[in-house]
Design a protein around this ligand. Structure first.
Ligand SMILES: NC(=O)c1ccc[n+]([C@@H]2O[C@H](COP(=O)([O-])OP(=O)(O)OC[C@H]3O[C@@H](n4cnc5c(N)ncnc54)[C@H](O)[C@@H]3O)[C@@H](O)[C@H]2O)c1
Length: 285
């Protein structure tokens, strides 16, 4: 893989949750290309094996573990396997996360007529499913909390260990239609600050990355029409992005490497860096 710059992660063990995802997979490649031994945590064994093979074919060292970031038991088991096969974790990248259609409205705004002439397909505040909201909150918040709780144990008393969380643009100001995902990512940003303070005395840095808009399989249904043209939502995003384009997933790698590199960011903890083409800085005027 082509890195924006190289850092030395040899002898480091990185654990990446969501390591077979669209962005997570790229982060695995970047850490591996810098020499880290990577534990790829995911849910689907075939995808994990494929990813491990890819890393090995490219000269890296990786192991794959089926693990659920929402199950303490599964994480304890995964941790045991990482310790046995690679050693203690130096870098935890909490990459698992995402939205769910059941936590999403179809309407940006509620109008009175939506209630009077109800169209079955419309989803407003009043139709949102409790389970859907819980699913999204758990996946993003607990799915960051529980792996941090488990793997931070390895980092105590060892130099240069760090945790990277993945937030989102919607953590700053919620995006329309996705209340659960927005709230959950705000919680991830908030937890990043809390954890940075809590772990400061034991020398563990905790930071986050807030990706802006990257066209990936996770969001393509919201951003592209069936014919591949931009949806109205895409056009709004691009109008609110001073750089007037979507990001390329590779554009997240520089920030990741900067944050995991003790030499480059030794005095940085508790920040969430937006990588967003200026979206979060722009008021629209
Ligand atoms: N794609 C974007 O534009 C974008 C923007 C902002 C933030 N993000 C965030 O970046 C991160 C990675 O996103 P992505 O685009 O690679 O998404 P993705 O859906 O491709 O990957 C998410 C990964 O998490 C895994 N996962 C889901 N539930 C899990 C569970 N219970 N246990 C273990 N693993 C589980 C999935 O299997 C998948 O591999 C997510 O936190 C996402 O919210 C993405």
């Amino acid at each position: 893989m082509k890195l924006p710059f190289k850092i030395d992660l040899s002898n480091k063990v990185a654990v990446v949750t969501g390591g077979t995802g669209v962005l997570g997979s790229l982060w695995v490649d970047a850490l591996s290309a810098c020499g880290a031994k990577v534990a790829i945590l995911g849910r689907n064994l075939d995808k994990i094996n494929e990813k491990v093979k890819y890393v090995e074919d490219n000269g890296g060292i990786a192991i794959g573990i089926v693990a659920d970031v929402l199950s303490k038991e599964s994480l304890v088991q995964a941790h045991k396997e990482v310790l046995e096969k690679l050693g203690p974790c130096d870098i935890l990248l909490n990459g698992a996360g995402g939205n769910h259609p059941k936590g999403t409205t179809t309407k940006e705004y509620l109008y009175e007529e939506d209630l009077n002439n109800k169209n079955e397909k419309d989803i407003t505040l009043f139709d949102l499913d409790e389970e859907g909201i819980k699913f999204v909150f758990d996946l993003n918040f607990l799915g960051t909390f529980l792996p941090s709780q488990e793997f931070a144990k390895d980092m105590i008393g060892r130099k240069g260990c760090t945790i990277i969380n993945i937030s989102s643009m919607n953590a700053y100001t919620p995006l329309t239609k996705i209340p659960a995902y927005s709230g959950a990512k705000a919680a991830v940003s908030n937890f990043t600050e809390w954890l940075a303070v809590h772990l400061s005395k034991v020398g563990i840095r905790v930071n986050g990355i807030a990706p802006g808009f990257f066209l990936t399989s996770q969001n393509e249904k919201l951003l592209l029409n069936e014919d591949g043209s931009y949806t109205d939502r895409s056009k709004k995003i691009l109008n609110s992005t001073p750089m007037e384009r979507f990001g390329e997933p590779e554009e997240l790698i520089g920030t990741l490497l900067f944050l995991v590199n003790e030499k480059a960011s030794s005095f940085i903890s508790g920040v969430v860096i937006p990588v967003d083409g200026g979206f979060s800085a722009y008021s629209g005027v």
